[in-house]
Write a protein that binds this ligand. Structure first.
Ligand SMILES: C[S@@+](CC[C@H](N)C(=O)[O-])C[C@H]1O[C@@H](n2cnc3c(N)ncnc32)[C@H](O)[C@@H]1O
Length: 294
């Protein structure tokens, strides 16, 4: 059954590739927001198994894509997907030091693993060429409530409070108003942020357990002593299965994603007062979107 002998102790690109069809689908949808000429230089933050990085490379046949990811274990799976115009490099997003090098900075399902978005957004702005855009999607407020409840519930049961003392919560799930305030304080000339409801129905226990193990549980497993890793993992998996199980045997988890599009000023483009452009309201009943322009 679901609580088998499996224990994923570190990022694993091949395993992630098998259990990340929903992240890939969101990323492909996000990419549709881009209309590249085909000669752009793109930076992909947190490339994972490299599937989306490869898709980006195919969209810019006369350009190039650089993927960065902090996990050494992701390199192998991504390297297999490299094309002549695609390269991957092990680098932490918080260490970005590029200057005016990219036309597009893209990121899917990775930025919620980084806490200080003000610092990262400044670095992204610096990495963009004039007129370049950031396009990113990440988990936000309300994301995965069942998973968070099961993790927090288990962390409160002895011996886990002591074993996890000093553990840093891995994710940053901001609310839209707070993120808009953050964007407003940054030097992007034009930007919009919107929320998507991407509730995920996993067809069976194996599918949801694959996602819980990799990537969700990895930081918790890594923080625990060896003898407590499996008991913690099994307890969280059992709680999640019972909490998310539907009558038809599928498992349902609400996912909330924030999408952000932001543009750096073109040469000689004037930065004026911040103003709203009339795109606010509910679009297609699915997301709330407001364009901001300076
Ligand atoms: C859920 S995966 C998403 C992968 C891919 N973008 C996709 O959508 O399938 C998150 C990725 O972000 C990477 N990551 C997490 N924190 C990071 C950081 N601080 N710097 C660089 N990569 C990071 C992880 O190693 C992992 O490969």
């Amino acid at each position: 059954m679901a609580t088998n002998d499996r224990l994923v102790e570190s990022w694993d690109g091949r395993d992630y590739e098998r259990h990340s069809s929903h992240q890939r689908a969101w990323g492909s949808g996000l990419m549709a927001e881009l209309s590249p000429r085909g000669d752009e230089r793109i930076l992909d933050l947190g490339y994972g198994d490299g599937s989306l990085t490869r898709q980006l490379a195919e969209r810019v046949p006369r350009g190039s894509v650089l993927g960065i990811d902090a996990a050494a274990e992701m390199l192998e799976a991504a390297r297999d997907k490299c094309a002549p115009n695609m390269a991957v490099q092990q680098l932490d997003i918080t260490q970005l030091a590029f200057e005016a090098e990219f036309d597009v900075v893209f990121s899917n399902a990775a930025l919620h693993w980084v806490h200080d978005h003000a610092a990262v957004l400044h670095k992204i702005h610096r990495a963009l060429r004039p007129g370049g855009v950031l396009l990113a999607q990440f988990g936000c407020d309300g994301n995965c409530p069942n998973l968070l409840a099961c993790l927090q519930g288990q962390m409160a049961i002895p011996p886990f409070p002591e074993a996890l003392a000093g553990f840093q919560w891995p994710w940053f799930f901001p609310a839209l108003p707070a993120y808009e305030a953050l964007l407003r304080a940054l030097p992007f000339v034009e930007w919009r942020a919107w929320i998507e409801h991407r509730d995920q129905r996993f067809p069976g226990a194996d599918a949801i357990v694959g996602w819980i193990d990799n990537p969700c549980l990895i930081p918790f497993v890594q923080a625990l002593p060896a003898d407590l890793r499996k008991p913690f993992r099994d307890a969280v998996v059992e709680a999640m299965l019972s909490r998310t199980r539907q009558l038809d045997g599928s498992h349902l988890e609400p996912f909330r994603r924030m999408d952000v599009w932001a543009r750096k000023a073109k040469p000689r483009e004037r930065m004026g007062e911040s103003q709203f452009v009339n795109r606010s309201g509910l679009l297609q009943g699915q997301w709330q979107e407001t364009m901001h322009r300076r």
